[in-house]
Structure formats: C-alpha cells, structure tokens
Design a binder for this molecule. Structure first.
Ligand code: AGP
Length: 369
C-alpha cells in the first residue's frame, strides 16, 4: 500500500519520529504491559531451555542489533552467543550441533547473505528463528519461528525504526529465554519489563527535547571529514551503528570503536580535525569510558558527549557539545541512545545536501551475495 511522508521532509525523519509508536506495538505483542511479565510462549519453536548456544547472523544495522542482543542473551539467559556478519558466518566453519539454534535478523527478510547463512544452518540441522519486519519474506518463510518486529514499512534506506524494534524484540526474547532457563528471578523479570514499558514515553520526550540542539550540532559536524564514535558495553555496538548511519547518508568517513580499544591504535588519529562522539550513559562502565575521554581531551580532540544527567554532572571535561538524555534503565539505553545517533546523522546529511532517503550506491535490500 501507499506510504507517504506526512509532514516530514524525508521518510527517514518520519521513521525516526514513529519509533515511540511502533515500539509500543512491538511491546504489546511480546510482553504483558499490565503485570510486567513475558510469556515464554513468545519463543515459539525455539526451545531456549535446552539450548547450548545461539548463533546469530545478519548484515549491516541488523547485525548491530544482533550484537546488542548477544550482550542480553548472555547476561540475562546465560546463553552463549556466536555472532558474525552473515557474509562471513559460513566461512568460519563453526562446529554447529543440533543443540544450538540460529537466529537471523533482517528488516526486509530478503538479504541474500543472510538467507545463504540461514540455509547453511538449516543444512546443519539447527532450529531457525527469524527476526523480520516483512512477514511474507523469504527468510520468514524458511524459518521455524518468526518474530515480527512490527515496525511497519521502512522506506528510508538508512534503517532507524527497524533497528529499535529489532532491539525491542531481542530484549523481550532474552528475558523470556532467561525465564525458561531459570537465570532471572521473577523480580528481575518484572523490573526489566517495566523498564521496557517505559520506553515509548521516554523516547517521545527525548525526541521533543533534543532536536534543536542536534540540528545546531549537525551544522558543525558537517564541516568535518572524519568522525570517531566510542562506546563500551552495549554502547559499543551503538557506536558502530552511529558510524554506519553517518557514513551511509552524509558520506562523511566515520568509525566506531570500543572505547577501551582507543589506546590500541585509533588514538594516533586524534587531533582537532576529528570530532569524537562518546556514547556513555551513567552505567557500570561510565568511569572507564570517561578515562578514555580524558585521553582524547588531553590530545586536543573535540568531544561530543552523549550521556545522561548523572553522567553530565560527573564528568568535568570540556566538550564541543553535551547531549543530555534522561537517566534510564540499562536495558533500554540502546534504544533511547539510538535517537540522538539517528538524528545527528540525519541532520548532518541534510546540511550536506545528500539524497537522504536514497543515498548513492545503496539499495534498501541487497539481494546479491
Ligand atoms: C542500514 O542502515 C543499512 N542500509 C543496511 O546496513 C541494512 O541494515 C542491511 O543491508 C541489512 O538489511 P536487512 O535488515 O533488510 O537484511
């Protein structure tokens, strides 16, 4: 059916703003928003209780949501996760056994690399789960269990709402898996689901609050040729996603790094010509990330600090800009922190005058290997 931009300039902008609503839909499908529990039946044909490990593969942004999912499955369900980009997964010749399951994440459900990886795992006799947006897609059809992300049609080539809906589904599945495996208590379950249920309202608030500041910052950012993103824990895959988003639509060279890896190489690049975007909620990793930030500041690097109220108060370092978000529970930080990351890429691309919804050389769904 027809999808239009409403009163937005681009589909990407519209899709960024749709996130609180589509995430609500996804949540209503996977968790009980009244008593803050999750039904283990959402896992369908994937028997998380008896799994030895989970293999995840996907491409691009979908791969990065899988990388965040890995942190959750391992932490909440104590389930080891093997993850790789789909185009490499098969070539590692991973010893696969039937007490493993494989999870494929794809907005379109048609990505050739992901599909090839799915068929490879199917041949090895693994149960197949698919986290997809398009329910009628090939990947959905060839899977034993389909986990729809319910994001609605995503038109912009740069994935935004599909990413945060994928994260919402993966978080729900990790909690359900934890319940099945007896690795989280019912108190923890309730706390996690309550945090998830607060997400749409928090995200609406953030969208309304940060746009003017991000727009001004984007005007500055559009003057640079290289940008570095840093994060630790689940903020590390988010740093990778920030860099991917910026390069694909603004054509500015960007790299994401684990904050702790800075001193193992990329620190050599630090000078006043490469802004460093640090994603650091006030979590258990905060102090360590701030010490990495200190290393940047000491070398004249310009810092764009994306943090929360507690983080902003705790760090005394000078920054080019500080984007302050509400203090949020750890499990929803990746979704909430996606918003400034997406808006920064979006507005920078708008200032650069690129074709935001149809960036050069890219296709919405890549059907060649
Ligand atoms: C995301 O912004 C990209 N355009 C791209 O990385 C995309 O996520 C990737 O091609 C995977 O697509 P899929 O989710 O449809 O499989």
């Amino acid at each position: 059916y027809m999808v239009d931009k409403g009163n937005h300039r681009h589909f990407m902008e519209k899709e960024i703003y749709e996130q609180p609503e589509v995430i609500s839909h996804a949540l209503a499908h996977y968790v009980d928003l009244g008593d803050h529990t999750v039904e283990t039946s959402i896992c369908g044909a994937i028997d998380f209780a008896s799994l030895r490990s989970l293999a995840i593969s996907a491409c691009g942004t979908a791969y990065l949501s899988g990388l965040i999912g890995k942190y959750w499955f391992e932490r909440y369900a104590r389930l080891p996760v093997e993850i790789d980009v789909a185009s490499e997964f098969r070539y590692r010749e991973i010893p696969l056994a039937k007490d493993q399951a494989a999870l494929f994440i794809s907005q379109s459900g048609e990505t050739a690399d992901t599909l090839a990886s799915l068929r490879y795992c199917q041949e090895a006799g693994l149960k197949i789960g698919a986290v997809v947006n398009v329910k009628e897609s090939t990947i959905a059809r060839e899977s034993d269990a389909v986990f729809p992300i319910l994001a609605g049609p995503e038109i912009g080539v740069a994935s935004t709402k599909a990413f945060t809906c994928q994260l919402t589904v993966l978080a729900s599945l990790a909690i359900a898996a934890g319940k099945l495996r007896g690795t989280i208590s019912s108190d923890e379950e309730k706390q996690l689901v309550r945090s998830l249920s607060e997400m749409p309202r928090l995200m609406s608030g953030v969208l309304n609050a940060i746009e003017p500041k991000i727009e001004a910052l984007s005007r500055e950012l559009s003057k640079y040729k290289d940008v570095l993103y840093l994060g630790r824990g689940t903020s590390y895959p988010l740093a990778l996603e920030g860099a991917l988003k910026l390069k694909e639509i603004s054509y500015i060279h960007a790299e994401g790094y684990a904050a702790g890896e800075l001193k193992h190489g990329p620190i050599a690049l630090i000078d006043e010509n490469m802004p460093v975007i640090v994603i650091a909620p006030f979590d258990r990793f905060f102090e360590k990330t701030v010490s990495n930030m200190q290393e940047v500041a000491a070398r004249g690097g310009k810092i764009i600090f994306i943090t929360d109220g507690k983080g902003a108060a705790a760090s005394k370092l000078p920054t080019m800009e500080t984007i302050t978000l509400p203090n949020v529970a750890e499990i929803i930080a990746p979704m909430v922190y996606s918003l400034p990351i997406q808006l920064l890429a979006y507005h920078t691309a708008v200032f650069m005058g690129t074709d935001v919804d149809q960036p050069r050389n890219l296709a919405k769904s890549v059907t060649v290997e």
